[in-house]
Structure formats: C-alpha cells, structure tokens
Design a protein around this ligand. Sequence first.
Ligand code: NAP
Length: 539
Amino acid sequence: MSQAVRCEHHDAIIIGAGISGLYQLYRLRELGLDVRVFETGGDVGGTWYWNRYPGARFDSESYSYGFSFSEELLQEWEWSEHFAPQPETLRYVNFVADKFDLRREIRFHTRIVRASWDEAALTWEVEAEDGHRARACWLITAIGPLSVPQLPIIKGMEDFRGHAFHTSDWPREPLDLADRRVGIIGTGATAVQLIPVVAETAGHLTVFQRSPNWCAPLHNAPIDAEAQAQIKAGYDTIFARCRASHGAFIHDADRRKAMEVSPQEREAFYEKLYGEPGFGIWMGNFRDTFVDEAANRTISEFMARKIRVRVRDPETAEKLVPKDHGFGTRRVPMETGYYETFNRDNVRLVDLNQMPIKRISPAGVVTSGEEHRLDILVYATGFDAVTGGFDLIDIRGCNGQSLKEKWANGPRTLLGMQISGFPNMFTIVGPHNAASFCNIPRCSEQNVEWVTDCIRHMRARGVRRMEAQEAAEAEWTTHVHESAARMLYSKVDSWFMGVNPNRPGKNRRIFLLYGAGAPLYREKCAAAAANGYEGFKLA
Ligand code: NAP
C-alpha cells in the first residue's frame, strides 16, 4: 500500500481548536466539507485551555467576546461577570463545542510538526509528532498569536530544586501557596493578573521586574439580573459598536485631540476613564495619544501620579513607573489591586535594572545583590508571539520552500490571510492580519467568514488552486509597515514589534500585527473578494 493511501484524506484541515479554529470548523462543515481539526491540547479552548493561572480573566467585556453567529447561543449563555474568569470562559468554549457537536472532527493531543504542499495533487499533507498524517485541499492555521510559551534564558534554570513553571503550564492540581516563598519573573499582562492573587495566599512573594508597564484598573463586577437582560436584548448594538471601533472593542477613540481641551477638562476626562471598567482608558482615549508624543505625555503623567498615590513607599512607586515608553505604546495590563499589592508586608519588588539576575540556583534566584530563596518560581515571561507558532511547524510550499526561511526578515502575506508560494493555505489570526490586534473573536469571525466565502467561491467555479500574487503581497506588506510607522508603539520594544529578548534572531523591531484598524482591514478584505479575489492567482 502506498504511503498516500494510508493517510487520512479530507477537504480541509484546520490546525488549532481554539476560538478561531472551532468557528472555522463550524462554517466549513456547514458548507458540506469534510473537515479535520488537529489540536495539541487535550480539549477545546486554545488560550483558555492552557492559561489557567490564578487571576486569569478577560480584559475585554465578556459580552463583547463571545461568538456572535448564533442568536440561540447568545440568549442561552449567561456571563456571570463583566470580565469573566478563565474557568468560566473555558466552560463557555466547551458549551459551544457540545452545543454544535464540534468535537467529533477534532483529533486532540496532536501536535502538527510538518506541512507540505503537493503541487501534483494540489493538496497539503500534514504530519503530527506521533507520525499521524492527513491530506486536504485546504490548510487553515488557527494557531493563535500567543500560543508558544517563552521561557527566559537564564543560567542554572535546570538546577532549581523547588517547583518552577511558565504561567501557561500552571499546575492543574491545586497548588497550596500558604507559607511558601514564591517568585514571579515578569510584569506583563499575565503577571499583573497573577501577582495580586498570589500575594493574598503566598507566605512571601518576590516580583522580579525588568520593565514596568502602565497598568489600568479593570473595575470588574458581577453582572446583575438587570444588566443581564440589557445585554441579551442589546447584542446587536454591542456588536455594531465593536464593528465600528479600531480594535473591535466596545471602546473607541475619542474624536478630540488631547491638546484641544483645557488642562482641567483633560484631567477630568482622564479621571473619568480611570474610574470606568475595561480598556476605555486605552482604546477610548483622545485619538492622538497613540501618535503624538506631547499628547501621550499628558496621559502618561496622569497614570504616573496614580501609581505614586496608590503605592505607599515612594521608592517602590518610582520603580513601578515606566520611564522608557509612553502609556498605551505596549499592551496595557488590566489590574485589580495590582499597585496596592506592593504595600503588603509579604511582597517585595526587585528591580532587575538595579540588580540583574545572575543565575538560578538550586535554592532560588541569584541577583547581583543577593540570593532570593524560593519554593516556587513562576516564569510570567510571555510568548514567542504571532510567528512563534508557525516556526514550530516545518511548513513547505511550492518547490519545498520553507515558510520559516521566507519569513526570516519578517512576515510577508496578503491581507494576513495568504502567502505567495503557499497555495490554498489560509492563516487566520496570523501575522499582518487585523485579527491579531483585536478583540480576537470579533475579528477572527471576519477572518473565518472571508475564508469560508473564498472556499465557497473556489468550489462553485471549480478553482482548485489559490495563491497570493507576489506583487500584491509586497504591496500589503508595505501598507502594514507604513501604517504602523506613525504609531508610537513602533518606537518601543514589545511583542507587537516582534521583539522577543529570549529568542535569538528576534531582538529587532519588525511589526507583526496590523495597525490601520479593523474597519479598514474588513473593507480591504471585502474589496479583494468583490473584485474576484484581486491580488490572488486562481487556477
Ligand atoms: P509579556 O507581556 O511579553 O510579558 C513578559 C514579561 O516577562 C515582561 O515583563 C518581560 O520583561 C519579562 N521577561 C521576559 N524575559 C525576561 C527575562 N529573561 N528576565 C526578566 N524578565 C523577563 O507576556 P504576558 O504577560 O504573558 O502577556 C502577553 C500577552 O498576552 C499580553 O500582551 C496580552 O495580549 C495577552 N494576555 C491577555 C490577557 C487577557 O486578555 N485577559 C491576559 C494576559 C495576557 P521586558 O518587558 O523587560 O521584556
């Protein structure tokens, strides 16, 4: 028997059973396709399956995050809090998988390590770590922008005698922190959710901070019966607001510029935003805070004053005030009591700029000043963002071309959806795609629907091969970089800019997202489709 016969054959293969992969499965099945999903994890949920650390919860309003495609689902599901905790979100994803019977097409515990295009057969073949293989006409990656945990590179990590893990590997069995000495390395959005919760139960907590971030209050609250009824009656309005906004959140930039109003009015506006729930202070701020340094300085100074008021020890407060970047130029961590945590007797902040980590010892973390003895060490050190998931699969297109090599100097795509030289492959929520810089389900629904329409179009016309044209890809890549260049975040190191200090070769700034906003992105995708998939070669 030939090898090809022994491998599964499908119409479409989806890699990933998170929010995007599940919806893509639902839509392609509706189209009558035979679909197979491969998922590394043991169940559905993607980011919500893996990230179970205490304090993990939405930073987008719960009701703006759920799937919008089924009115019945919207009416059936009840979010309990304005910003739901991770266990509830995972229950939600499971509820969706059960309701639409999605699990039967998913092979769990299957990490795809290789994918190659067969030009003669016009199919993709994928291979899993366990040797399992499958073929299909279409390959859709739904692997998430923040799915590859990134450990730091520190001498002696393997010597630590206590319990050490990355936040996305938080132990599934209950972890008793009482009387334990816990260390957390990192102060990004994950750590900012985790730190206050750990501080409440741990015997002692040491936070190792290299770069402080500008954190804003989440102001979470339970959803009462009246609000629940309003939410259920108002989904159309909620989703319309998301559609109209830059990042598909319910918050959109204020049309005024920061300097157009008096200092008193500006202060009152910032105070109002600071007292409101969610990303409003970031996404709903004066529109020039993202592009104008003077405007940005006014909100940064406001935020710095808040930190200095909330943190009692002036020296600690100063360490928590970012000095090297303005507010909102990196992802704003949302916090609940984060700054007050540093007023507790059992919490210590170690500034790694003053005392860099020298090594991990069997007993803890050794900085230039001392050895911090620990029982548990948590790496809240982030992810190999956006392209990291692609790097883990050996993806080979026409003539065996490697995607990793093609992207060695940064991603090149058309609409963040297809890649020249890699026919019939779609990258939902991939690089240079608005969905990676977005209230993800809102934008991934658009990606999925665009891909579904495209496959419907191909089938209706007997088109068996679709590929981004090189010139159109180059034009899109230039557009992505040009629209990011005016934004202040392009002058700051962060995962937005592809900077990963722990991954050799990723220490330079190459923008990975799409900064011109979800509405423009949707328009461009729709225009390409309306013009017979302009920029793509259909054969
Ligand atoms: P992150 O923002 O990349 O933060 C990683 C942290 O680890 C940074 O403080 C970084 O410091 C530090 N770090 C990395 N390597 C280090 C080293 N070798 N030594 C010392 N410190 C080191 O990662 P994250 O906090 O996991 O968040 C990633 C993204 O996930 C967020 O931006 C957000 O988009 C998403 N997220 C979403 C939610 C939500 O929606 N609810 C919650 C959590 C996270 P430097 O800054 O100095 O490199």
